[in-house]
Design a protein around this ligand. Sequence first.
Ligand code: ADP
Length: 423
Amino acid sequence: MVTNQGFPSVEDFLRTLFFGLDEEELAQLARAARIRRFSEGEEICREGGPGDAFYVVVEGRVGVYKKIDEAEERRLNTLGAGKFFGEMALIQEGTRNATVRALEPTVVLEIGRDPFLRVLGASPSLAVRILVQLSRRLVEADRRALAELRETNEQLRQALARLERLDRTKSDFIQVAAHELRTPVAALLGYAQMMQDYPLVQRDEQLRALVQGVVDSTDRLHRIFNSILDLSRVIEGDVKIHPSPVSFPVVFQGIRDEFARALEERRLTFETKGLHDLPFCQADPVLIYKAFRHLVNNAIKYTPDGGRITVSGEVVEVPGLGRCVQIVVEDTGIGIAPEDLDLIFEKFYRVGEASLHSSGTTAFKGGGPGLGLAIARGVILAHGGRIWAESPGYDEEACPGSQFIVQLPLGDQDLGLSENGGA
Ligand code: ADP
C-alpha cells in the first residue's frame, strides 16, 4: 500500500495540482509523496492524532467525520479526486480535528510535513489554493451548521407543540375530572358535617373521632378539587377579576386567623411589617386572598417548628409597572435550590420525591398537589403584577429560608391608606 507501484504518474498528477512549481520542486514533492490505497471504511487519519502529513485524493472518495460526543460522530464533508485534507493540522502544527475514512476503494497521496512546507514556501499558487479551499470549507461548514440549526429548531418547535397539545389534553382531563368529582365530594362533606351534629356521634368519642377524620379528609379533597378548578381558570386566562379596594392588613389578618391553630401548634411566629402604611389596592379581594394564602401556607409547610414567617409591605416604583405595592412573604424554612426557583411556579411541580412529603396541609413538608404557586402566579399576573422567589439555597439542616416577592401595580388609583379599612 505504501509503494509507488501501480501508480505511474505521481509527478503528472502533482503537476496538475500544484502549478507554479518548477520541475525540481515537483520531483522533490513526488519523492516525498507516498501513494496509499485504502479499502472501503478504512481509516486514513484520526481525530486527535498527530498532524504530521497532508493528503490529496487521487481516486475514490473519502468522508470527513467529527465527534459530536462520546457516542456520536457526524460526517462533515465528502471529498473526491484532487481535494486536499489534513493540511489544517499541519499548518497549525496541531492535532487532527477530524477523522477521515475511505468511502470506497480510494487512492491518496500522503505528503509529510517538511516537504509540504518547503513546497508551500516555493509555490504561492499552492498557498492561495489552500487558502481558498480552507475558506470554502469554512463557508460550507457555516452553511451546514445553519441548516442543522434550522432543522433542530424546527424539530424542537414541533416537539414543543406536541408537548403543549399533550399538556392541554392532560389539563382538560384533570379539569373535567375535578369538576365531576367536586360535586359528590361536596355532598360527602355536607353529610359528614351533618353527622357531627348527631347526638349519637357526639356522645361516642370514638365515633366522633372517626367522623372528624372523614370531615377533615373530605374537606382536604374538596379544597384540592377547588384548587384544580381555580388553576384551570387561571391558566386558561379565564380569571374574572371583580375589583374593589383591597386592604392588605385585612387580607393577612384573615390568613393569620385561618392558620392560627397551625401557627400555634407548630410554634411559628407570624409577623407583619408595614402593611398598615400601604394604600388600598384596586384588585379582586377573593383572588388576592387565595394567592397570599398559598404563599403563607407554603411558608408554614416548609418551615420547621419554631420558625418565623414575616410578611412585609411597602410601596415601590418598578420600571415598566410604575407605583406598586410590594409584599414579601419570608420564612426561615428549608429554602429553595437555585434551579427550582422558577420551576416551582409550574403547575404540579414539587421539589424532591413527592412520596417523601408528609401528609397534612400545614405539617412540616406537608403534602400538596403542587398547585399553590401556579395559582398564585396566575392571579398576580392577571392583576398585571409580578411574583418571584428568592432563596440562598435548599438546606433542611441550616434552613436558609425563602422569600416570595409580589408586586401589584397601583396605577393612578389613590384610594387612601388601607389602615382605614383594615384590621
Ligand atoms: P405544594 O402543593 O407542593 O406546596 P406549590 O405550588 O405551593 O405546591 O409549591 C411547589 C413547590 O415549591 C413545593 O412542593 C415546594 O417544594 C416548593 N416551595 C414552595 N414554597 C416554598 C417555601 N416557602 N420554602 C421552600 N420551598 C417551597
